[in-house]
Design a protein around this ligand. Structure first.
Ligand SMILES: Cc1cc2nc3c(=O)[nH]c(=O)nc-3n(C[C@H](O)[C@H](O)[C@H](O)COP(=O)(O)OP(=O)(O)OC[C@H]3O[C@@H](n4cnc5c(N)ncnc54)[C@H](O)[C@@H]3O)c2cc1C
Length: 405
C-alpha cells in the first residue's frame, strides 16, 4: 500500500467510496443524521449508479416482497444465518417504505419482485440523486480512489482526502481486494453468480423460447444441487429460474469445474416413473404417432424433440419406451460453459461476513472502516435480493458512521 502524506490531505468528516446503490444509501442516511458534517461520495465513473440504470432490464428490480427474515435469508446461497442481523434491521419493507416516502411509487409483481410503477430505473436514480443533493452530500464523479491508508486517508489522482470514517462500497470488481487483504481481511476470491448454462444437445435444438412451468433439475456436483421450478430453453441452452438458482448455489463449485458439469432434468416431477410406464403401456394400443401429443401436456415441440423418433405407439418397442422414460424422468444434459443472463448478474466472494459487524457494517479488524454492498461476501438469487443487500448494508453503515466518534 502506498504511503500517503496526510499533511496534504483535505479533511472531511466521512469519505464514502463507490457511487452505486450501497454508497448512495449510506451517504444519504449519514448526511440525514449529521447534516453539519462534510460527507463526500467518490465515484470513479462519469455517471453514478450505472448498475441501477441497467438493472432488471432497465426496470430496476428494487427488492423482493419477502417480509419474513427467516424466508428472506434463504434466497442468499452464502451466509444465510449471519444475514439475519442485517435484514432484521433493514428488510424489504424498510426498502419499500424508504422509496415510497420519497415519492417513488412501487408495485409488486405476481412472483414477488418489486419494481417502480414507472417500470424505469430512472425513477430510482432520480430519487437517489435528488435526495443526496437535497441533503448536501458532496458527490464527486470521475474520481477514482487509487489507494487507502488507515486513519483514514484516500489517495486520488491529484490530491488526498482524509476522515476518521471511511466506507468502501465499490461493488463486485476485485480492484480493492488487495487493499483489504493488506489490512488483514481474508478476502474470498470473486466468482460469478447468476448465469445461464450453455448446452448443445440435439433434444433441445431449435426450441428457443420454450418454457416448462415445473421441472426438477439436479446439478451433478459434489454435493449435488437440486432445484424445482420453471425452466426456459434458449438458443444456447438453459435459462429460467431453475437454472439461475442452480448457478447461484453452485457458483463456486461450477467455477472450480470450469463450468463443465452435467445437469439431470426431470421433465415430469409430478408423475412417477411407474405412472409414466403405465401410461405408455395403455397407449401401445393406439395407432397415433408418439410424437403427436404429450400425454402430460409438455410443449409440443419439446415433446417431439424428446421422442426423437417418428413412429406410432403401436410400433413402439420396449427399448424405445425405456429410453423415453429415461429421457422424461432423468434427462442428462452436459453443461459446456457459463452463459450470460442479461437481466441480473452478481459476484460471489468479497469480505467474509465474519470479519464485519453486521449491525454496523464496521470492519472488526479496522476501526472506522465500513464495508457495504456487493463488496461483502453476499450474493442473492435473482429477484431483487442483491439490491436488498446493497440498500440494507448501505443504510446501516451510514447510520453507524453517524455515531462513530
Ligand atoms: C445487468 C445487471 C442487472 C442487475 N439487475 C438487478 C436487479 O434488477 N435487482 C437486483 O437486486 N440486483 C440486480 N443486479 C445486481 C446489483 O446491480 C448489484 O448487486 C448492486 O448494484 C451492488 O451495489 P453496490 O453499490 O454494492 O455496487 P455497484 O453498484 O457495483 O457500485 C460500486 C461503484 O463503485 C465504483 N468504484 C469501484 N471502485 C472504485 C474506486 N476505486 N474509486 C471510486 N469508485 C469506485 C464503481 O464505479 C461503481 O459505481 C444487477 C446487476 C447487473 C450487472
Amino acid at each position: 500500500m502506498a504511503t500517503l502524506r496526510p499533511t496534504m490531505a483535505q479533511v472531511m468528516d466521512a469519505i464514502l467510496v463507490g457511487g452505486g446503490a450501497a454508497g448512495f444509501f449510506a451517504a444519504i442516511e449519514l448526511k440525514r443524521r449529521r447534516p453539519e458534517w462534510r460527507v463526500v461520495l467518490l465515484e470513479a465513473a462519469a455517471r453514478p449508479l450505472a448498475k441501477v440504470r441497467i438493472s432488471g432490464g432497465g426496470r430496476c428490480n428494487v427488492t423482493h416482497a419477502c417480509f419474513e427474515v427467516g424466508q428472506l435469508v434463504k434466497h442468499y446461497p452464502r451466509g444465510e444465518k449471519q444475514l439475519r442481523a442485517l435484514f432484521s434491521r433493514f428488510g424489504p419493507s424498510e426498502t419499500m417504505a424508504w422509496f415510497e416516502e420519497r415519492g417513488v411509487a412501487l408495485k409488486v409483481e405476481p412472483d414477488g419482485r418489486v419494481f417502480p410503477v414507472s417500470d424505469s430505473s430512472q425513477s430510482i436514480i432520480d430519487c437517489l440523486l435528488g435526495e443526496a443533493q437535497k441533503l448536501g452530500v458532496e458527490v464527486r464523479l470521475s474520481t477514482k480512489v487509487l489507494a487507502i491508508e488507515p486513519g483514514w486517508t484516500v489517495r486520488l489522482q491529484d490530491t488526498s482526502l482524509s476522515a476518521p470514517r471511511l466506507l468502501l462500497a465499490t461493488g463486485g470488481a476485485p480492484t480493492v481486494y488487495p487493499w483489504l487483504a493488506e489490512l488483514g481481511h481474508r478476502m474470498i476470491p470473486p466468482c460469478p453468480s447468476l448465469f445461464t448454462f450453455t448446452v448443445d444437445d440435439p433434444r433441445l435444438r431449435d426450441l428457443p423460447g420454450i418454457a416448462v412451468d415445473r421441472v426438477r433439475a439436479v446439478l451433478e456436483t459434489k454435493p449435488a444441487l437440486r432445484q424445482e421450478g420453471a425452466l426456459l430453453i434458449t438458443h444456447w441452452g438453459l435459462s429460467g429460474p431453475v437454472t439461475l438458482r442452480l448457478s447461484a448455489w453452485g457458483a463456486r463449485m461450477l467455477h472450480e469445474l470450469n463450468y463443465q458439469a452435467w445437469v439431470r432434468v426431470d421433465w415430469l416431477p409430478d408423475v412417477s416413473q411407474e405412472e409414466v410406464r403405465e401410461t405408455f403401456q395403455r397407449l401401445r394400443g393406439s395407432h397415433k404417432k408418439v410424437a403427436g401429443d404429450c400425454p402430460w401436456g409438455l410443449p409440443r415441440r419439446l415433446w417431439r424433440n424428446l421422442v426423437e423418433e417418428d413412429l406410432a405407439w403401436s410400433r413402439a418397442s420396449e427399448k424405445f419406451l425405456n429410453r423415453l422414460v429415461e429421457t422424461l424422468k432423468n434427462c442428462r444434459l452436459q453443461v459446456l460453459a457459463k452463459g450470460v443472463f442479461k437481466e441480473e448478474f452478481v459476484v460471489a466472494g468479497g469480505v467474509p461476513l465474519g470479519e464485519v459487524d453486521l449491525k454496523t457494517l464496521e470492519s472488526k479488524l479496522c476501526p472506522g472502516l465500513f464495508l457495504a454492498g456487493e463488496l461483502l461476501d453476499v450474493d442473492g438469487v435473482t429477484g431483487g435480493f442483491n439490491f436488498q443487500n446493497a440498500w440494507a448494508s448501505g443504510y446501516l453503515a451510514g447510520a453507524a458512521m453517524a455515531e462513530r466518534p
